[in-house]
Each structure stands twice: as C-alpha cells, then as structure tokens.
Design a protein around this ligand. Structure first.
Ligand code: LER
Ligand code: MN
Length: 271
C-alpha cells in the first residue's frame, strides 16, 4: 500500500522552495501526525544539523516514520556537485552524500540525490558528466545497502539539470551505469514539464521507481493545480508501487493548509 509523507525543511537558504513545513522539526512532526500522515521527509542543512536522538524521539512520540532525507543542502549551502569540474568538489559531494546516507540509515530512510547531480557544462561535456554521475551512483548505491536502504536518484526538469530529465533517461542511466541498489524518484512536478504522458512514464519506470514526490502541476499541493491524477494513481497501482507519495510542494497558501490539501488528495486517490 502506498504511504503518505510530508516534507519538513530546516534549510533557511532554500526558503521559497517546495517544502511544506519549515524551521521547526517538532512542530512539523506534530502537524503531520495530527493530519494522519504515515511519515515525514527531511530536508536538513547536513548530517550534523540535528541530534539523531531527537528524531528517534519525535518519530516514536508521533508514530511517524522517516520516508527519506534530501541531500540538496550540499548544493544549496556548499555548492557541491557530483559532476563538478574540480575533482575535490566531486569528492566532497560524494562524502556529503555518504554522510547523509549514514544519517538517514539510522532511521531506515534512504537519501535522495536531486540537485547534487549537477549539470553538464562547457568545461564538463555531457559524456564526462554522465560518467562522473554513473561512477557516483556505483559507489553510493552499494554504500547505502549497508543500511538496507536504497539510494534514490531523481531526474529533474530541464531548468534544474540537463543530465536526466525523464523516467526513461533515468532507467537508461541505471542500466548503463550498472549501479546497484539505486531507485528512481518520480517527482510529478518535474514529470509534468518533461514527460509526454505521466502515466506512461511511470509504467516505463516500473520497478525502478522507489519514491514519489506528490505535488501538482504548478508545484502547489496536490489538488491545487491541473494535474490529472486518476491515470497517475492507476499507473502506480499497475506497477505495484508501494513506496511513499511524499508532499514536496510549496507551502501554499500556508504550510498547514498545504499539508491538509495533500492528505485529502492522497486519501481520495490511494485509499
Ligand atoms: C528539486 O527540484 C527537487 O525536486 C528535489 O526533490 C531535489 O533536490
Ligand atoms: Mn523532488
């Protein structure tokens, strides 16, 4: 059965970004529990930003699992990228992600590689960037396996990366790299920009899909845009998807209302 999750961000540099709850971990857990979510997804400044005991405590107190942890702060705060021209920056990017894998692993939560994939440039041609990305996935996927969690790789839309922007390209990258223990993240916002047909793309992703960012066409909460969810829900059912539908959406019009709109849409589609 698909599980519900909602994002909490503690990254002040990402203000204005698509996260529902902000700044206060305890308040985020409390609101998520009140609305009946199954889990929270955490976007933190780094692996040392929060005492793991606090998360264990909040998780137990509110009966909420940790769906995933983002690694985008490595880019947003430190400008690290797996495909940077400078090799020390690529090394630091891989280390940052390893540390986030270890952090999330304590809670059984996989780490997500989204903006840390970077992009190809004049200095780093496409083949080279894809080689760096493939090598990183080959190293980090097995690294995550020691926690019994997959590594999650997220194709993004063309304004955020030029490496992989569709599910098909994501599947091709997993296959060509040979990376083990890596799953794809289907972010409906990015897919709405890039895919010809979202349901077909989800079917193409099939068993490679390990996480879903559940959001509307305009990145507002599911139900506040023009996304056609019925074929999406049918495709997820068809491929036997049993992971999270996680609300990575703007806190529109308020965090509380965004979380409530999303859980109502979630129940209508998946329960
Ligand atoms: C960024 O647009 C995004 O979708 C995040 O999940 C990845 O960092
Ligand atoms: Mn996303």
């Amino acid at each position: 059965m698909i599980q519900s999750a909602v994002t909490i961000s503690l990254v002040s540099q990402a203000k204005g970004g698509p996260f529902v709850f902000w700044d206060d971990l305890a308040a985020g857990f409390q609101q998520a529990a009140k609305l009946g979510y199954d889990a929270v997804e955490l976007f933190l400044p780094g692996p040392d930003a929060v005492n793991p005991q606090d998360i264990h405590k909040l998780s137990a107190e509110h009966n909420l699992r940790i769906a995933a942890v983002g690694t985008g702060a490595g880019w947003v705060i430190h400008k690290l990228s797996l495909t940077a021209f400078e090799s020390p920056i690529r090394d630091k990017a891989r280390q940052f992600i390893k540390d986030m894998i270890d952090f999330g692993g304590q809670f059984g939560a996989p780490a997500i590689i989204g903006s840390m994939q970077g992009r190809f440039t004049d200095q780093v041609p496409k083949e080279t960037a894809l080689k760096y990305l493939s090598q990183a996935l080959c190293e980090l996927g097995p690294y995550a396996a020691k926690h019994n969690t997959p590594l999650i790789y997220e194709p993004l839309n063309r304004y955020e990366t030029n490496l992989c922007v569709t599910m098909e390209a994501g599947v091709a990258l997993l296959k060509s790299s040979g990376a083990q223990n890596v799953k794809l993240l289907a972010d409906l916002f990015h897919m709405n920009i890039e895919e010809t047909n979202l349901a077909d793309a989800l079917r193409a992703g099939g068993s490679h899909i390990g996480h879903v960012h559940f959001v509307d066409s305009n990145r507002r909460p599911a139900g506040n845009g023009h996304m056609d969810y019925a074929p999406i829900a049918a495709a997820l059912k068809e491929i036997g998807y049993e992971g999270y539908a996680s609300a990575e959406a703007f806190p529109w019009p308020t965090p509380e209302a965004a979380a409530e709109t999303t859980i109502n849409s979630f129940r209508r589609l998946f329960r």
